[in-house]
Design a protein around this ligand. Structure first.
Ligand code: AMP
Length: 222
């Protein structure tokens, strides 16, 4: 089974993908995490990607698509994956369809998360992530704080704010990039009949954890 997490930044894609991965054993493939790991290791890819990410722009398709193409060849990706943050453009979606069809596979489910814009901005500003690359747990200092301030509950490492979450201009640009380049994917996958849209909002008391729980039950019942 291949799943895509779709939705603007701060809607909870990483949280939902992480929980589904934990419960099903399917690997979570986050292009954002791959870029951040390369940025922290100062690889050539990381240095190039950071030029776009720090300003809130999407990394060009010529860089992003080959990374996913390679990642899908790994052994752990042969029984299905949860793609978190990929595809983000129609060109990426078409490339993904081609990569999967060459393996005789397809996208089975696209979970499209939506959240009101004011809530999204607040969530990005209050998001904290674990600095341990093996853990990468996600917290929110208002909605889901760690037990001890600044420390990850799961592994005890330090938490930090993502660079692109602390810059209001980058946040605004990411939302513009989402509207312009990523939101057309909603229609793309609706037409394929695989889209499941879920609202995540404190106003209806429905968080990523609730969505993940239902989807995990659905996957396990199949
Ligand atoms: P994320 O962790 O998914 O919010 O991604 C962080 C940043 O990495 C995004 O704001 C983009 O700049 C870049 N990025 C992640 N995934 C992609 C993608 N599929 N295509 C282009 N840029 C991406």
């Amino acid at each position: 089974m291949n799943i895509i997490m779709l939705g603007a930044q701060g809607t909870g894609k990483g949280t939902v993908a992480g929980l589904i991965s934990e419960q099903t054993g399917m690997p979570q493939i986050s292009t954002g995490d791959i870029f951040r790991e390369n940025i922290s290791k100062k690889t050539e890819l990381g240095i190039e990607a950071d030029k776009y990410i720090s300003k809130g722009y999407l990394v060009p398709d010529e860089i992003t698509i080959p990374i996913v193409k390679d990642r899908l060849t790994w052994e752990d990706a042969q029984k299905g994956v949860i793609l978190d943050g990929f595809p983000r453009t129609i060109e990426q979606a078409e490339a993904l369809d081609k990569m999967l069809s060459e393996k005789g596979e397809k996208i089975d489910l696209v979970i499209n998360l939506t959240t009101p814009k004011e809530e999204i901005i607040d969530r990005m500003l209050t998001r904290r992530v674990c600095t341990n690359q093996e853990c990468k747990a996600i917290y929110n200092i208002k909605l889901h704080p760690p037990k001890k301030e600044g420390i990850c509950d799961k592994c005890g490492s330090q938490l930090k704010q993502r660079k692109d979450d602390s810059d209001p201009d980058a946040i605004e640009r990411r939302l513009e990039e989402y509207e312009e380049k990523t939101s057309p994917l909603v229609e793309y996958y609706r037409q394929k009949g695989v889209l499941k849209t879920e609202t995540v909002s404190t106003s209806i008391n429905r968080m990523g954890q609730d969505v993940a729980k239902e989807i995990i039950e659905e996957i396990k019942s199949k």
